[in-house]
Design a binder for this molecule. Structure first.
Ligand code: ATP
Ligand code: MG
Length: 1170
């Protein structure tokens, strides 16, 4: 879930000064200090950002911070410069509103750093891609270049910008950067020749001397030792924390990224070296016969070296330092210069040279970074301009006057736009507008810029007036014209008020600026406004062979002598400020007000008096008052309800209706007086910060209660969840334990049962055994008893029978017994006999069985033996056969079969190839597939043989003409294949040569008759104009001896070049038809210089030229064809570099050509589309 935060959360002090309560200067400063002490360097006044310079790096500019502020509401997070940059970028991208970011503050307050932070933020959040990244890189890298040439160490700031800068960054409809335009304002050029104590010259001088290689310095005729140069003050040449040598490499690298060519960088450094040399030129007086002193150069060595460096004739420059020519309409008067005037002229030249070089750099950077497309752009302007400057005593001069005028204008636009914005918001939201009282500084602007009686107009009038003009006459004029003005103060003015004001010296005037009173000393006003450079010097500079130097002094051109005075420095500045103001008024403004916490450039120090001074002159208190005049605080209904909904039961925890109604219910419930707020269309407006703090306080209390409630519910929930978990665990544990216990019990019962069973069974078995034993014993006893009893009975009977024998039946009984005994005995005998008979038959049967089995075993044994014999026989036979086979078959027949098989395969393969042969066309790529891998080599060989044979057949059909055509194509291939992208598309086009049918077409009869030789090529080409790069149609004729260019309409010959005069032809590697014909220097054809042409049949034209050129040359030397994307051509006196660049296709698909400057002609070739 996204956490909704607000500016009001975790505030240190007050994040938005509009909410400061009570509002006073002291509370304002205290709030700033409190925030500064806690590293909160940014504070808002509504949408204006106050930035305190921390003088140390804080971890608040990381990529994570960029992500944090990206696409967030302005007031959502704690104040940051990224919030402002994000707001500006998003309203530019999403609402199509052009933006400007105005960064002001005094020197060293962090304006330049702030502008870089804004640019780097925008670069980080806008689109990506190769082209976009290149544009971004170029825009960002323009900073180090301008800082090297336009920044210097001052007592206030080690990297002080000594010029004003306004940069328009242009975006397309998606918000991707397309390019930019930089405007520079008033470089402090006096620094070039003199620097105040503790300060130094522009960085580039020191960077060049420290960082350039020995070789470069030698070429520039410079020495590494700073002390050798008069223009470099020595007391602070080395700055802590600045590494000039490394910076020099950074600057060179940045220049390359921005698009400076090597020779341009060299030229720039030569001019920097020239300024240093110029400072070393010294003069001595030489008496003349008429008692006047004339200056002479003292030591000519530096002068000589400077002249060599720039290609100026030494005597010309020497004369310009000794004489001055004044030209009127009809006459020329030459006067001598004394030593002081010579020094003045030297310094004026150095200052002009450097400031013009700086303006040239800005123009050159603009050329590189300008947007390529002409479609409408969205624009974000960043203005980093010098803040209000008030020096102590009367040190304020012309420069401070100009700077302070610019700040007056900015303040005016600030008031105007802030009020307008406030008013627009009220109208947009349907809130009644309350008039706001504020100080309008238009009256001060009028005092300075009024065309009739403004200070600037007076100064210009004085500068242009004939007669003696001095700073004093200018002050006199002011004293009469401006005396009545309420913001102008002067000791000698008609206004006697200041007659006794000793703080106001006689040579000064004072202006009451909106930011305070400033005392200006008039000394130097006239000179600085005139900004004169003697014409002799500008003419000497124009005569230089150094092309950049020549370009910087166009007024020195004797053919363009302009007797009109150039516009004064003041009027130039006034008009450029006017343009800037108009530009800013069309854009949505965003303000960054930079404040410097101390004068020591040190971290953690907050000097209240210094900050107070800045707060006053930046008009910050006024800013807060304007902002609070209507409603101090406003917030959209949604976020407002979200923040305060807990203060009312009806809106807490959820409000289902529209947010506005929710806020209405909330405010009614809280009983906030109705005059304290108003409902706008989308926002609620709160009049007094007290009301907001009341809401915040209630919210804070409510949040504590809510926190307790949440804690309570959370703790309850946590305990309950824990308890339920314990309960659930206990049931599981109990179930497992019960199962375990029952299992144990069952096992115990089971083993006990087994034991009991075994005992019972044992007891039963023993009991049975006892019974059986007793029964057996009983049976034995019965038998014994029966035997005894029968014996007794028999003995008794015997005794009785014996008795009977004695008696009558004794014999019968005995007989019967005896018969019985006899019968039993017989029975026993018969039984025995029967038993014996059965036993005999059983034994017989057993014996028969044994015999039969024995017989069976014998038979089986025999059968097995027979089978084994048969198997062994068969094995033996097999063995014998195999031995035979090995002997006869493998040794002889195997080889034959192998050969036979191979022959068969080869035969099949050849027949297959024969039937599948491709057509006789040499471009036919078909070839039957190979059936076996081992045939790979032979197959490839066959294919090549077949192809060579087929080609030979094809060639044998050629006629002589076709052969020549193919030879030409072959030559074209050797020249261009893999070297020029255009070549592949030309292969399929036949070389026709005479495209215009020159001999047949009656229109060209006259032209044809002018050419003696046979025309080998006649075609229409485009001849590029050497001055502007535009093309004109021409007929190009090529014969064995000449290249002729003729007018396409009239057929009149414009140029004819004998082929021996042609030394080389240059073309690019790309897909274009441009070619340059380079001519022998001094030859008749080379008067106007080389030709740059473009042809649709470039490949054919160059091939023919190369072919004929080689045969036409007397010494058989080949005509040189040079293929490269950058080559030099000679146009009249200029050596011009023709550079081919890839560009996005536009105006169809043809290449376009543009003369950039006198050394560069750029050909844009549309990038090939896939
Ligand atoms: N946000 C910042 N974080 C850290 N250091 C800063 C910051 N802003 C400024 N500084 C420090 O302050 C120095 C001066 O800042 P900067 O050059 O931007 O001042 P400036 O307002 O442009 O002054 P000038 O008007 O002289 O050009 C910087 O070199 C840097 O050391
Ligand atoms: Mg700066």
């Amino acid at each position: 879930m996204e956490v909704k935060t607000s500016l009001l959360d975790n505030m240190i002090g007050v994040g938005d000064m509009v909410l400061l309560e009570p509002l006073s200067e002291d509370s304002f400063l205290e709030n700033l200090k409190k925030r500064f002490d806690h590293n909160e360097i940014y504070t808002y006044i509504g949408s204006v950002v106050i930035s305190m310079n921390p003088y140390r790096s804080l971890p608040i500019y990381s990529p994570e911070k960029v992500e944090e502020y990206r696409n967030r509401n302005f007031y959502e997070l704690s104040p940051h410069i990224y919030a402002l940059a994000d707001e500006a970028y998003r309203s530019l991208r999403d609402q199509d509103k052009d933006q400007c970011i105005l960064i002001t503050g005094e020197s060293g307050s962090g304006k330049t750093e702030a502008s870089k932070l804004v640019m780097s933020y925008v670069a980080a959040v806008c689109g990506k891609g190769q082209e976009v990244n290149k544009v971004k890189e170029q825009l960002l890298q323009s900073n180090p270049v301008l800082e090297a040439f336009g920044n210097a160490k001052t007592v206030r700031n080690d990297n002080s910008s000594r010029f004003g800068k306004y940069m328009d960054i242009e975006f397309d409809f998606k918000g991707d950067p397309l390019g930019g335009v930089i405007s520079n304002y008033l470089l402090e050029k006096s620094r070039v020749v003199k620097q105040p104590r503790g300060e130094r010259n522009f960085h580039i001088f020191y960077q060049l001397l420290s960082g350039a290689s020995d070789d470069t310095l030698k070429k520039l005729k410079l020495d590494r030792d700073f002390s050798k140069y008069n223009y470099l003050s020595l007391d602070s040449a080395v700055v802590n924390g600045l590494d000039d040598a490394t910076s020099f490499r950074t600057v060179k690298n940045a220049m390359q990224i921005v698009g400076f060519m090597e020779d341009e960088i060299r030229s720039v450094l030569e001019l920097v070296a020239a300024v240093l040399k110029l400072g070393n030129i010294e003069f001595k007086p030489e008496s003349r016969c008429n008692d006047t002193d004339e200056s002479r150069v003292r030591d000519k060595n530096d002068l000589k070296e400077m002249c060599e460096l720039l290609g100026i004739e030494q005597t010309v420059l020497e004369r310009a330092f000794s004489y001055r020519t004044v030209e009127a309409k009809l006459e020329k008067v030459s006067t001598t210069l004394n030593v002081a005037q010579a020094y003045y002229a030297r310094d004026a030249l150095a200052k002009n040279l450097y400031s013009r070089l700086f303006s040239w750099l800005v123009t050159r950077i603009n050329e590189s970074i300008k947007a390529q497309t002409k479609s409408r752009h969205k624009v974000m302007g960043v203005l980093d301009i010098y803040g209000f400057e008030i020096f102590e005593k009367a040190d304020n001069s012309f420069e401070q006057f100009i700077i302070n005028y610019c700040n007056e204008k900015l303040q005016q636009i600030f008031i105007e736009l802030t009020l307008r914005e406030e008013q627009e918001e009220y109208i947009r939201e349907g809130i009644e507008w309350t008039n706001i009282e504020y100080f309008n500084n238009a009256v001060i602007c009028d005092l300075i810029e009024n065309n009739q009686n403004g200070i600037m107009a007076m100064l210009d009038e004085e500068c242009l007036r004939p007669g003696t003009v001095t700073d004093e006459t200018f002050l006199d004029k002011l004293n009469t014209v401006c005396a009545e003005h309420q913001h102008f103060e002067s000791r000698l003015s008609k206004n006697s008020k200041f007659l006794n004001d000793h703080s106001l010296p006689h040579s000064c005037f004072r202006i009451q600026h909106y930011a305070g009173k400033v005392l200006y000393c008039v000394e130097g006003f006239v000179d600085k406004n005139n900004d004169l450079l003697y014409r002799d010097l500008s003419q000497a500079m124009f005569k230089a062979t150094h092309s950049l130097m020549k370009e910087l002094f166009p007024e020195g051109n004797p053919s363009k002598v302009n007797l009109k005075r150039p516009p004064t420095a003041g009027s130039q500045f006034k008009s450029s400020v006017g343009t800037l103001m108009k530009n800013l008024q069309t854009k949505n403004p965003n303000y960054i007000r930079c404040i410097k916490p101390n004068d020591k450039k040190a971290a953690h120090i907050f000097t209240a008096s210094l900050v107070c001074h800045q707060v006053r002159y930046l008009g910050l208190m006024e800013n807060v008052r304007v902002r609070r005049a209507g409603y101090a605080f406003r917030q959209p209904y949604g976020p407002c309800l979200e923040r305060y909904k807990m203060l009312c039961k009806r809106t807490w925890p959820h409000w289902r209706g529209p947010a506005r109604e929710g806020v209405e219910v909330l405010m009614a419930d809280l009983q906030v007086p109705t005059e304290e707020f108003s409902y706008g269309r989308s926002k609620i407006f709160i009049r007094n910060p007290r009301t907001l703090f009341f809401l915040e306080e209630r919210r804070r209390q409510c949040l504590q209660d809510l926190a307790t409630l949440i804690q309570k519910i959370y703790r309850g929930w946590k305990c309950r969840t824990h308890f339920l978990l314990l309960k659930k665990s206990q049931v599981v544990v109990a179930a497992w334990y019960r199962r375990y216990a029952q299992q144990k019990k069952y096992q115990r019962i089971k083993s006990a049962t087994t034991v009991v069973q075994s005992y019972a069974r044992g007891w039963q078995a023993r009991k049975l055994l006892r019974e059986l034993k007793h029964q057996k014993r009983c049976e034995e006893a019965v038998t014994t008893i029966a035997a005894y009893w029968h014996g007794t009975q028999a003995r008794t009977e015997l005794r009785r029978l014996k008795q009977e024998v004695r008696n009558k039946h004794a014999v019968t009984v005995i007989w019967a017994y005896w018969q019985g005994t006899q019968a039993r005995r017989e029975l026993r005998r018969l039984k025995e006999e029967a038993r014996n008979k059965r036993a005999v038959s059983v034994i017989w049967a057993g014996w028969q069985g044994t015999k039969a089995r024995r017989e069976l075993r014998k038979l089986k044994e025999e059968a097995r033996r027979k089978h084994a014999v048969a198997v062994i026989w068969a094995c033996w036979q097999g063995l014998k056969v195999r031995r035979e086979y090995r002997k006869f078959f493998r040794a002889n027949a195997g080889k034959k079969i192998y050969n036979f098989t191979i022959q068969r395969i080869m035969q099949k393969y050849f027949l297959g190839v024969k039937s599948g042969l491709p057509s006789m066309s040499p471009v036919d790529k078909n070839w039957p597939a190979r059936p076996y891998r081992f045939l790979d080599a032979a197959h490839a060989q066959l294919r090549s043989i077949f192809h060579l044979w087929r080609c030979k057949k094809y060639r044998s059909q050629f006629s002589q003409e076709r052969k020549a055509v193919y030879q030409e194509k072959l030559e074209a291939s050797e020249l261009f294949k893999d070297k020029k992208s255009l070549y592949p598309s030309s292969v399929s086009q036949p070389f026709k040569g005479d495209y215009l049918e020159i001999s047949k077409n009656p229109k060209y009869q006259k032209l044809n008759s002018c050419v003696e030789e046979k025309v080998l090529l006649a075609d229409v080409v485009n001849k590029i104009n050497r001055a502007n790069g535009k093309g004109a149609s021409r007929i190009l004729l090529l014969t064995k001896k000449n290249v002729v260019l003729a007018d396409q309409k009239t057929g009149q010959v414009k140029a004819s070049v004998a082929l021996p005069d042609l030394i080389s032809v240059s073309v690019s590697t790309q897909n274009d038809g441009f070619f340059a014909l380079k001519l022998k220097e001094g030859s008749a054809s080379a008067v106007k210089g080389d030709f740059l042409l473009s042809s649709e049949h470039l490949i054919e034209t160059i091939t023919k030229l190369h072919h004929i050129g080689s045969t036409a040359s007397d010494d058989g030397e080949q005509l040189d064809i040079n293929i490269s994307d950058e080559f030099l051509v000679q146009f009249k006196q200029d050596k011009v570099c023709v550079k081919f660049i890839q560009a996005a296709p536009k105006n169809g698909n043809s290449a376009s050509c543009k003369r950039k400057n006198n050394r560069l002609l750029e050909v844009s070739v549309p990038a090939a589309t896939a």
